[in-house]
Write a protein that binds this ligand. Structure first.
Ligand code: DX5
Ligand code: ZN
Length: 219
């Protein structure tokens, strides 16, 4: 495989105890998290509301971890600058919310943000292909977005394989991120298929020993 073999682990803050965000972030930071995955939901694109700009701004004061911001919102263009100001390092938008994402990508680049593009389980992964030259991260959702703690959809594996093969053919430095229902029983199949960024919420925050989970997931 041509891509960088290092696998990055991103705990999803959605599964943290929100009354103790600072402690929870420091817990996973000490446990070796490579980034922190921030799930922003607007109650329209997905049937749930999580947290947004002010929360990101507050936790930015508490950690230097990379803020990988997953925008499950209908109109991300309106908020790109605000997320940047709040301290986001990357923004991942959904192709289902933005079928023509180029103008968003250029704004993100101008602001110095890394660029991610996501597909829902029901969206064919080919929808990402026209944009692979323009993005840093392609996110394959392995559950319907909106809630943590769901069951991993196994057909995500074939989507990762297809995407990895396209990325290899074009020799692009694009990371494949997989998000939803990831635990120690399925993380290795995702990595084998070509994922280089593993997002996990409940498996990491729900475990008394996140350090062990993070290290095992990387393998
Ligand atoms: C789902 C979110 C995921 C979620 C993952 O809409 O995008 O990031 O928090 O949580 P687990 O690992 O519990 O499925
Ligand atoms: Zn997510």
């Amino acid at each position: 495989m041509n891509h960088d073999n290092t696998v990055l682990i991103g705990p999803s803050l959605l599964a943290a105890d929100f009354s103790q965000l600072e402690n929870q972030i420091s817990l996973v930071e000490k446990a070796g998290a490579d980034l922190i995955h921030l799930d922003v939901m607007d109650g329209i694109f997905v049937p749930n509301i999580s947290f947004g700009i002010p929360v990101i701004e507050s936790i930015r004061q508490k950690t230097d971890l990379f803020f990988d911001t997953h925008l499950m919102i209908t109109n991300p263009l309106r908020y790109i600058e605000a997320f940047k100001k709040a301290g986001a390092d990357s923004l991942t938008i959904h192709i289902e919310a933005c079928p023509e994402p180029q103008s968003l990508f250029s704004e993100m680049r101008q602001l110095g943000l890394k660029v991610g593009l996501a597909v829902n389980p029901q969206t064919p992964v080919d929808k990402l292909f026209p944009f692979l030259e323009q993005i840093d991260v392609a996110l394959v959702m392995s559950v319907e977005p909106g809630f943590g703690g769901q069951i991993f959809q196994t057909d995500s594996i074939s989507k990762i394989i297809k995407l990895r093969s396209e990325i290899e053919i074009r020799q692009l430095p694009v990371h494949i991120q997989v998000d939803g229902g990831i635990n120690l029983t399925n993380s290795s199949s995702c990595i084998e298929a070509g994922a280089t960024q593993i997002v996990a919420g409940s498996a990491i925050f729900g475990n008394p020993n996140p350090n062990q989970i993070i290290n095992k997931m990387r393998k």
